[in-house]
Each structure stands twice: as C-alpha cells, then as structure tokens.
Design a protein around this ligand. Structure first.
Ligand code: ZN
Length: 274
C-alpha cells in the first residue's frame, strides 16, 4: 500500500496532475481550468494515469436481504455470530414501501447501478449475492466476503422502514466503538465520503436517526465483523411517501447510485491510492 501511495504521489507531483486523481471534485474527472491551459491533453494523460498508477482496487457491495428470504425462515432465523460476543439471525426479509415495493429489490437494483458506475472507472466490484431471488447469505458471511476480497471499501445498501411517516432522510452507519483498525478512521472516512456524495445528490439527512447523517452503531453484525473499511447506508425511509416514490422510480434509484458511487470513488482516491 505504501508503494502504491508513493507511486501515486510521484505521478501526481508530475505533469499527470491533470489526470484529476487528486482532485476533490466528484467523478467523472473533468480537467480543471489549469489543466485546460496545460499543453498535455487531459484524456491521454488520464488513460496513462489509469494504467500506470492504479493497481486493482476492490469494492464489495452488499445489497441488504434477498428476495428468497421470506420462504426460508428456517435458514434466515438461525443465529449466527454478530460480533461483540452476540448472535443475530442469519438474515431478515427487510422492509417495503406501503405500495409493496420490497427493500431487497431496491437494494439489489441500486447496488447493481453503483457497481456499474464503479466498474466503469476501473474498480473491481464483488457482490455479496448473485441475484435477488436467493436466500441469504447470512450477515456474518457477508462480512467474510468483504474480508476475503481484501476490499478497499465495503458498502452495504439498505432502505429503512421507520413507522413514523414523518421520518425521512438517509444515514450512514459504521461500527463504533471500533473492533479493529479498519473500523476506526477508515470506516468513518468512508461514511463521511458517502454522506458527501448523497448530500451532493440532494438527498436529505435523516431527521430521525444518527447525527448529521452519520450513525455509529455497535449492533450491526456486518460492520462488527468487518476487517475492511465498511459502512451501511440507509438510503431513506420506505414508509415515507416522498422517499418511497423516489426509491420506486428508476430515475430515483439511478440518483442514489450516482451519489453513492461518487462518495465511494472520492474515498478511494483520498484513502486507497486510487
Ligand atoms: Zn435493510
């Protein structure tokens, strides 16, 4: 990792700065005004930077729940390790909008869209489940997938089902107090980056959970068991009519995906040598 950082530093200190890898601006990279007056064509230098400076970076996307969970309570209710000496059910069915649009379907769709956006930027994407019709995997296995993949970032995607219709907005959860180094500053930084992406996408901060869109949690198994920087995004409240409408629309899900992907990419650039 240090070698990668050094290489990136060397590249960024030179003329390839126009590649935009160190720019705080969200993707896609747009040459700055300074870059435009440079004699180096931005598209060429961008592709050079991609091939020279970047090593494969893996992001694990974890769409919460699964479409087949409801038909196998025997499987998903089985207790599994949840970290901090606790156990939890293997998995749950998730929530739904009042009109019946299921959370697992929302999570799956947004995760696929986030993954496509990340892959288009050269990120290797691993999903914790292969489709939206299966059962599980259990929350401890989802964490293990991120750990085995050596993920630079793990992002679980969910939507909440708060009973108060006035409850709205997103929040990003991370493990606290941290159980290992990755759950410390790296996970907080990932949470902050995803929050920034969602704010830039005009999604409102939660008015009912967390503080300023961030929620330190000690009870989420996937976060407790992660050895990689990991967050869980609750995109909004499916029981709130306005948010349900957004989540139920293709355009809305595309907006969520763009916002989350931009946050993840910003984190990778800032903290993972991407
Ligand atoms: Zn959920």
């Amino acid at each position: 990792m240090f070698a990668v950082r050094s290489l990136v530093g060397l590249v960024l200190s030179g003329v390839l700065l126009v590649a935009g890898c160190s720019s705080p601006a969200p993707p896609p990279p747009v040459p700055s005004a300074a870059a435009r007056v440079s004699s180096v064509p931005a598209p060429v230098s961008s592709s050079v930077a991609s091939s020279v400076a970047r090593e494969p970076v893996t992001v694990v996307l974890d769409p919460g729940h699964n479409g087949g969970n409801a038909r196998r309570p025997d499987v998903i209710n089985a207790p599994v390790p949840a970290g901090r000496g606790e156990t939890k059910p293997c998995n749950t069915t998730g929530t739904a909008t009042d009109r019946g649009y299921a959370e697992h379907a929302f999570n799956w769709d947004v995760a696929q869209r986030v993954g496509s956006l990340l892959e288009a930027q050269g990120v290797r994407v691993v999903y914790t489940r292969a489709d939206d019709t299966g059962v599980g995997p259990c929350v401890n296995e989802r964490a293990a997938i991120g750990n085995r993949a050596g993920a630079a970032a793990v992002v679980s995607i969910h939507a909440d089902g708060a009973t108060s219709a006035g409850a709205r907005g997103f929040h990003v959860a991370y493990s606290a107090p941290p159980l290992n180094a990755a759950q410390g500053a790296p996970s907080v930084e990932l949470a902050e980056a995803v929050r920034s992406g969602l704010l830039a996408g005009d999604f409102p901060l939660s008015n009912y959970l967390g503080s300023d869109g961030l929620a330190p949690r000690d009870d989420l198994a996937g976060l407790n068991l992660s050895e990689r920087p990991a967050v869980l995004v609750e995109c909004g409240n499916m029981r709130n009519a306005a948010e349900a409408a957004t989540m139920s629309s293709v355009d809305g899900r595309a907006r969520y995906a763009t916002a989350i992907a931009s946050g993840v990419v910003a984190f990778l650039r800032e903290h993972a040598g991407f």
